[in-house]
Write a protein that binds this ligand. Structure first.
Ligand code: PGA
Length: 252
């Protein structure tokens, strides 16, 4: 059985006090994991240890990136071991904002995923096409290329322990989410591609890009959508809680 996940990507937002307040609000609103849905939040690095020290149940911690090496002379970087040390169980890798701003490649994302799994973190690996690529009918080709590049570097065994997030770049932060049909089509193709690479097992496939409390139910009703990677809406307690509740409904 594939698990259902709702992941909040807080990006570069919230100071420590604000992060603690938001988590407290999520607990009050019952936006926490249960037998059906896992709830994960990915705050900025600076808030991670404060949240771990505060302690909470039912919400798992993730980071938004990690370095490919264990330690060394890499100024400004954070290793997977360090993330584990502050209580993370997940790490987002290959987000389109990192691909855009830090020129991360599929091979690099694959290497990071390999190291993260080796250390004991579960990677949430992001893929997705640009607007122009969708317009010119290249979506499938782009996604296949990304999956191929990642699996070739990380290895099928590693990817089978990961989570994949399909995030069309044109949908991120634009308010223009993919339709359930568009997302389902790509998710089905990702699942087929993974099988071609002998990545079996129950890899959850998340949709990300302008997910809201309003469009979540439609997305979650699709056969190959196992949850969401939520950016903007994860900073609003009520809205994120509603998305978690929609995910719970979809598993019943
Ligand atoms: P968004 O971001 O929900 O604000 O579109 C999603 C993401 O970047 O993971």
């Amino acid at each position: 059985m594939r698990s259902t996940l709702v992941v909040g990507n807080w990006k570069m937002n919230l100071l420590r006090g604000e992060a603690i307040e938001l988590v407290a609000a999520l607990e009050r609103l019952d936006a926490v994991s249960d037998d059906h849905v896992d709830v994960v939040i990915c705050p900025p690095f600076t808030a991670l240890s404060s949240l771990t020290d505060r302690g909470f149940q039912g919400i798992r911690l993730g980071a938004q990136n990690c370095h490919v090496s264990q330690k060394g002379a890499f100024t400004g970087e954070v290793s997977a071991e360090m993330l584990l040390d502050v209580g993370c169980t997940y790490v987002i890798l290959g987000h389109s904002e990192r691909r855009r701003d830090h020129h991360e490649t599929d091979a690099e994302v694959g290497r990071k995923a390999h190291h993260a799994v080796h250390v004991g973190l579960r990677p949430i690996i992001c893929v997705g096409e640009q607007f122009e690529e969708r317009q010119s009918g290249q979506t499938q080709e782009v996604i296949d290329r990304q999956i191929d590049g990642i699996v070739e570097t990380a290895g099928a065994a590693v990817v089978s322990q990961a989570v994949i997030a399909y995030e069309p770049v044109w949908a991120i932060g634009t308010g223009l989410a993919a339709t359930a049909e568009q997302a389902q089509q790509v998710h089905a193709s990702i699942r087929a591609r993974l099988e071609q690479h002998a990545v079996f097992g129950d890899v959850p496939l998340l949709y990300g890009g302008s997910v809201t409390a309003t469009n979540a139910a439609g997305l979650f009703s699709c056969e190959d959508i196992d949850g969401a990677l939520v950016g903007g809406a994860s900073l609003k307690a009520q809205e994120f809680a509603q998305i978690v509740h929609e995910a719970r409904q979809s598993t019943r």
